[in-house]
Design a protein around this ligand. Structure first.
Ligand SMILES: [Zn+2]
Length: 340
């Protein structure tokens, strides 16, 4: 196993850590988009999170990440679920990289037409979307992703299914995953439809205070010099984060949302004129996940406050003469709606 930098050892970047933890607690929040300059530790944080995700029961050797309860029904191992329960084992939650230059075949999978014509059998080589099913799909520099891949992702994230069609042959399998993207907005805009697919959005910056900068360098050096020792040193803190995530997952279904908090959430979205229902739903789900992480039995306005910028900043209609950034606009609305 590769030794990755521990999540708990990331200096500062509290908003990024919170967003990733929320997405890990409730996968229906819809993933995280992280904007920021190179070298702000975006990829490090995503890889670190992967190491913290709870293991899942998956059918042994299944390329579609079938669980013993749900089959894609495409692989020899799970083809005949009725006959007997397939062997399953606990596997890490998949975190799959989608590289910018990936071909369509690599992403959606490839149907072997020649084999179909000559041998008369359907042969399908599953792609990255199959591997990401039930887990996370990470796209670094997502704003530079080619248009046809963006279209494809929009289809798959909307339907939860990957459909591959070639010359009259077609194959489909479930593909539901949490999308995590990162990028530098100065290098290219993200299409609004894709932006909307991300539940939470945030910007990371290089820390500006001297003490944090020194700490970042010091820890990185220590990690590079002796990874095993560094991981050992951070093991306790890391276990705390891992336990917090798994406990919050278990507690989530029982966290109550009082009507008064729900009203505030809707009021807040209305005050900001955020488009559609998705903003409200994301705000509510993220607040509930935040409450679960706090081990609170109820969602309070304080939880809304904690997640409002993350959930809403990328859903505001742009005013033509925008003088402040969208994060600040959300903060102002939070101050006026939640103070009342
Ligand atoms: Zn399977």
């Amino acid at each position: 196993m590769k030794l990755v930098y521990p999540f708990a050892a990331i200096v500062g970047q509290e908003e990024m850590k919170l967003a990733l933890m929320l997405a890990a607690v409730d996968q229906t929040i819809g993933g995280v988009l992280i904007f920021g300059d190179r070298g702000t530790g975006k990829s490090t944080a995503v890889r670190a999170l992967a190491a913290l995700l709870p293991k899942k029961s998956l059918v042994s050797g299944c390329p579609y990440n079938c669980t013993p309860q749900a089959y894609a029904g495409l692989c020899a191992r799970c083809e005949k679920p009725a006959r007997r329960e397939p062997k399953a084992q606990m596997e890490p939650t998949p975190v799959v990289d989608l590289p910018l230059g990936a071909t369509e075949d690599r992403v959606i999978g490839a149907l072997d037409i020649e084999r179909a014509l000559s041998a008369g059998e359907k042969h399908f080589e599953p792609g990255l979307l199959a591997r990401a099913h039930g887990g996370f799909l990470y796209i670094d520099e997502v704003n530079l992703l080619e248009d046809h891949l963006v279209d494809l992702l929009l289809d798959v994230t909307a339907s939860g299914e990957n459909v591959v069609e070639r010359e009259g042959l077609s194959i489909r399998h479930p593909a539901r995953f949490v999308l995590v993207g990162s990028g530098n907005p100065e290098e290219g805009e993200l299409r609004p439809q894709l932006l909307d697919r991300f539940g939470l959005c945030l910007e990371v910056r290089t820390p500006t205070d001297l003490a944090s900068r020194i700490e970042v360098v010091r820890r990185r050096e220590e990690f590079e010099q002796d990874r095993v020792a560094f991981l050992e040193k951070w093991k306790r803190e890391e276990t705390k984060v891992r336990n917090a995530i798994s406990k919050a997952r278990m507690a989530l279904p029982d966290v109550e949302m009082p009507d008064s908090t729900l009203e505030k959430a809707v009021e807040l979205s209305m005050a900001l004129g955020s488009d559609g229902l998705r903003g409200e739903l994301t705000l509510i789900r993220a607040a509930r996940a935040a409450a679960a992480l706090d081990r609170s039995k109820q969602v309070t306005p304080a939880h809304l406050r904690k997640v409002a910028v993350l959930a809403l900043r990328h859903r505001l209609r742009k005013a033509p003469t925008e003088e402040i950034d969208s994060g600040q606009r959300v903060e102002r609305a939070v101050a006026s709606v939640l103070a009342a």
